[in-house]
Design a protein around this ligand. Structure first.
Ligand code: PMP
Length: 429
């Protein structure tokens, strides 16, 4: 049996961990089958407990843009470990990473490090509320901003995958302050500003959505959000947990030429270690404790190992001038070749891509928002996923996720992927 040991480990895990996993999408619940337990990873490949290798198109859900166990990051982290694991005091490393980020991301002056994307977004809306003195926020159906209460309302990612975008446990009181708009539909935003006049603290958005599959903003959509926020003294928050340092060193703000008031980061800035951050202009960021009244804190925030991994990863991204071009070009090749194979097979599909974020949706329709993403043929995606898994290609286990391409994916891995897709035959039952 292909996944013998994974199967045994999954049985055991379920005795002690809810659903056997520490984050729901890992359980393969929507695609079915046994989640694969990994033992190690190097470059473009994951290696499972049964000794099989997989070309990895998840890369830990985005952080590992350089591929697994990059030698320079490994060396930097190993050296840092010898100096201690955590001090609970300020370190020079924290200023180093802060400087690297604020000097290269448009329109921001100061940054606060946290431990996850969830914390970054949760803290950013608290700050937006404290700064503006208003309570309500607008989020978009299908966007995911982590698992804090305010965001689990028509949320994307795992929440969408499992059909529970509105989680029990989120109080009515919290839910009433989260207003929902539709991605790529500015009218829906305008209506909310009209019916909640003077009450909206912020809009939070994934500028290129990645948690309902990849959905690219249509022309003028983000520009209109910028304008309506300015007109209404509301803050525009870009959740760049996925897009940050992936769409380019300046993220979506730079790529799409739009300034947000607050920007949230995660994933790549920790180089594979648990990190998040939020950043903005000084006048807003200085509202945070200890300077200002908005409280936010963390025992392990700014952890030296994570900072060192982040600094090394970001420095490589900054110094290798062709890196983004290379990854984007790899993704473009995959886009064109996979589209061509699927079309030759007569499999209706849509490919959404910007830079190195890409998703394939099955079905006839264009996918521009969460409703469209829900209409896609997810059962065909599940067949596609399992076919590729058996061929040693590891995709995100849900049709509501984006593939994350790393710089370790080279011609050999692209070839393997295309050969595997050539062999895909959808079953008709
Ligand atoms: N925002 C976005 C856009 C994300 O994709 C994610 C996680 N995938 C989060 C926030 C939450 O980050 P974390 O899982 O690190 O809490």
């Amino acid at each position: 049996m292909l996944y013998q040991r994974s199967s045994t480990l999954f049985q055991e895990a379920q005795n002690y961990i809810p659903g056997g996993v520490n984050s729901p999408v890992r359980a393969f619940k929507s695609v079915g089958g046994t989640p694969i337990f990994m033992q190690k990873a190097l470059g473009a490949y994951l290696y499972d407990e049964d000794g099989r290798a997989y070309v990895d198109y998840i890369n830990s859900w985005g952080p590992l843009i350089l591929g697994h166990t990059h030698p320079m990051v490994l060396e930097a982290v190993t050296n840092q470990l010898k100096k201690g694991f955590s001090y609970g005091t300020p370190t020079e490393l924290e200023t180093e990473i802060a400087k690297l980020i604020v000097e290269n991301v448009p329109n921001v002056d100061k940054i606060r490090m946290v431990n996850s994307g969830t914390e970054a977004c949760m803290s950013a809306i608290r700050l937006a509320r404290g700064f503006t003195g208003k309570d309500k926020i607008i989020k978009f159906e299908g966007c995911y901003h982590g698992h804090s209460d305010s965001f689990l309302i028509k949320a994307g990612s795992g929440a969408a995958t499992f059909g529970n975008p509105n989680s029990p446990g989120v109080t009515q009181g919290t839910a009433k302050d989260t207003l929902l708009a539709k991605f790529n539909d500015f009218e829906s935003v305008k209506n909310l500003f009209e019916s909640n006049s003077g009450e909206i603290a912020a809009i939070i958005i994934e500028p290129v959505a990645g948690n309902m599959g990849c959905i690219v903003p249509e022309e003028n959509f983000l520009e209109n959000l910028r304008t309506i926020c300015t007109e209404n003294n509301a803050l525009l928050i870009f959740d760049e947990v996925m897009t940050g340092f992936r769409l380019g060193f300046g993220g979506a703000q730079e790529k799409l030429n739009i300034n947000a008031d607050l920007v949230c980061f995660g994933k790549i800035i920790g180089g594979g270690f648990p990190v998040g951050a939020f950043t903005g202009r000084s006048e807003i960021m200085d509202y945070l404790a200890p300077l200002g009244p908005v409280y936010q804190a963390g025992t392990l925030s700014g952890n030296p190992i994570a900072m060192r991994a982040g600094i090394t990863t970001l420095s490589i991204l900054k110094d290798d001038l062709n890196l983004y071009e290379r990854i984007d070009s790899t993704t473009k090749i995959l886009h064109e070749e996979i589209t061509s194979i699927l079309s030759q097979k007569g499999i209706a599909h849509t490919t959404n891509r910007l830079g190195s974020m890409i998703s394939f949706f099955f079905g006839e329709n264009k996918i521009t928002n969460f409703d469209d993403a829900q209409q896609a043929n997810h059962s065909l995606f599940n067949q596609f996923f399992h076919h590729l898994l058996n061929e040693g290609i590891y995709l995100p286990p849900s049709g509501y996720e984006t593939w994350f391409i790393s710089d370790s994916i080279q011609n050999e891995e692209i070839e393997k992927t295309l050969i595997a897709i050539e062999k895909f035959v959808p079953s008709t039952d």
